[in-house]
Design a protein around this ligand. Sequence first.
Ligand code: GDP
Length: 282
Amino acid sequence: MANFRSVDEDFFEELEETLIGADVGAQTALQLTDELRNEVKLQNAKSKADISRVIIDKLVEHYRSQGVNEDASMHFAPEGPTVILFVGVNGVGKTTTIGKMSARYKAEGKKVVLAAADTFRAGATQQLQAWGERNGIPVVAGAANADPASVVYDGVKTAIETNADILFVDTAGRLQNNVNLMQELAKMKRIITRELPNEPQEVLLALDATTGQNALQQARLFKDSTDVTGIVLTKLDGTAKGGIILPIRNELHLPVKWVGLGEQVGDLQPFDADDFAKSLFG
Ligand code: GDP
């Protein structure tokens, strides 16, 4: 056999580059590659299929070990409407994800209502209304530039009056400074908690996989501003591999709950660590 050692080394160097290219961050890529080099040796993996298996297992293990106490499932209110609040900067895919996720829950037999509390971005309300019309789901909206909290209030009222199971709330991710953001989100939460027995069951942070390290920065800021319960990583249908999930998890301990794989209604999947690991270097 030709010099297997050097093929081996080339392979691991390439793997490290692949991981960096997939946005896992240089430090994590180095650490993972070192661990993989040992693991491949330890398990005496020689064939491509064996090596792939070792790598995928390691990546999944790495993903899971960072979040042993995290719960990646969705939480629902024992009674009364469950509130799912969406946060994230402009353009990451909040409205689209709400469109997809609400259709999915409706198809499961849940009664859903949408609240268009992103009154800041021109077109956000119409976009949500279009999703509502397409899927036969009611949308509560306010006037342009209305106080988002008043839309949330109307949304909660409608959800209670119509016996809805889930209220999805679209918000504007204004990031000029996180004091504003924090206050705006806190106000929405206060209204929800005043009208319903609990805080929102889910505060999902949407992050655009194509923005790489920026997504990590956004996650830090939103986590500081509100109690994020999980991440939706969008736009994984493009070239982005979503490796940013690893540093987000290592540092912030936030579970990824969903991934967005396109613009159509069916393009939303619960996060699967095994699929993620395969796609990282696939
Ligand atoms: P928002 O400002 O956070 O509400 O973002 P939008 O929902 O308006 O999405 C911004 C753009 O990204 C739109 O053109 C969406 O169609 C697109 N988009 C959202 N999610 C995905 C996804 O998973 N894949 C792709 N390819 N595009 C997406």
